[in-house]
Design a protein around this ligand. Structure first.
Ligand code: SF4
Length: 323
């Protein structure tokens, strides 16, 4: 890769990056590049929050070895461990989209900044460094990296630009017409059929299906999530030690009940309606079962914006939403 000789607006990307979440779609994109179906990447970047399921790290390790054999290095970038940072009274505030129960019984959602802090920022920082322009050096006009994002045709509305002049997003799965099912078939054909969705173990965006998966497939992660859920009930340790009491309670589960007391196996309406086939839908039932449809893709949302609507509410920056 060169960064100094390719600095005119029409001279193409100085390098090709993949934003690798190590879930179904981005794993498919990486394997497509390994097979030469799409242009190869100079590097695939995995933004590590430090609290992904064990299965995601196992997939990442296997994938890294595979990609390396095809000349594509996989690099982990990180801004820290979201779980230990959130629980550390000495660490600055980590703002996750926690579900909040206000004293008057109304519910809210804490402002989300974790995606920006633990994913977008380290990815941007690394892209700048790879371009030879670490912050605060100015990136010359015309110098940019192309960044592939694993978004499939069934979720095309999530395809967004990066909002950065030096980082231009492309969406190979949409160009190739791959939906999620096609990706899963593709992975299964290549021995990567066990690839699971990537997200923090304790992400409040999980629906019941996601929480059941953690409980049943990542027992250590489940214990961590239950402990985390208890630990943040009355606010982040950093905030409470500074005397900023939360007027209400925080929860990981959208029902605003302690995680280990939620009946995750109760049939959700969407499951019974669809004969126990898990579906992704924007309906309230679908969100309860399958989680937030937008989830946490670093380039599919505007960093730091609340996911649901909203007026500022109580302490710790959370915002109200319809219960
Ligand atoms: S997966 Fe969830 S908790 Fe983790 S960074 Fe994304 S929004 Fe935050």
């Amino acid at each position: 890769m060169t960064t100094t000789s390719l600095m005119t607006p029409d001279s193409g990307p100085a390098l090709r990056l993949l934003s690798l979440g190590a879930g179904v779609q981005s794993t498919t994109v990486l394997l497509l590049a390994c097979e030469g179906e799409i242009p190869r990447f100079d590097v695939a970047l995995f933004a590590d929050t430090g609290w992904e399921p064990r299965a995601v790290y196992a997939n990442l390790e296997r994938l890294s070895t595979h990609a390396q054999r095809h000349g594509i290095p996989v690099r982990q970038v990180s801004a820290g461990n979201i779980r230990t940072d959130a629980l550390d009274p000495k660490h600055r505030f980590v703002s996750m989209p926690l579900h909040t129960l206000n004293p008057d019984g109304s519910r809210g959602l804490a402002r989300r900044q974790c995606t920006a802090e633990y994913k977008i920022t380290p990815l941007k920082k690394t892209a700048r460094e790879l371009l030879g322009c670490p912050h605060p050096r100015r990136v010359p006009r015309g110098l940019y990296a192309e960044q592939a994002i694993g978004i499939s045709t069934d979720e095309f509305t999530r395809a967004k630009d990066s909002g950065l002049r030096f980082l231009r997003n492309v969406f190979p799965l949409i160009e190739l017409g791959f939906d999620r099912s096609r990706c899963m078939e593709f992975l299964a054909d290549r021995g990567f059929g066990e690839t699971v969705k990537s997200a923090c173990v304790g992400c409040p965006f999980h629906g019941n299906a996601g929480w059941r998966w953690v409980r049943d497939h990542d027992p250590d992660g489940w214990v961590e999530a239950v402990e985390f859920d208890r630990a943040i009930r009355h606010g982040y340790p950093r905030a409470t030690t500074q005397g900023q009491e939360l007027r209400g309670q925080y929860f990981l589960h959208r029902s605003c009940r302690p995680l280990d007391q939620v009946d995750l196996d109760a049939p959700a309406k969407s499951r019974t309606k669809k004969h126990l086939r898990l579906v992704t839908t924007d309906s309230a039932d679908g969100v309860e079962e399958d989680g937030d449809p937008d989830g946490c893709s670093p380039w599919s949302c505007r960093s730091g914006e609340p996911v649901t609507a909203t007026t500022p509410s109580v302490d710790h920056g959370h915002r109200e939403r319809a219960a």
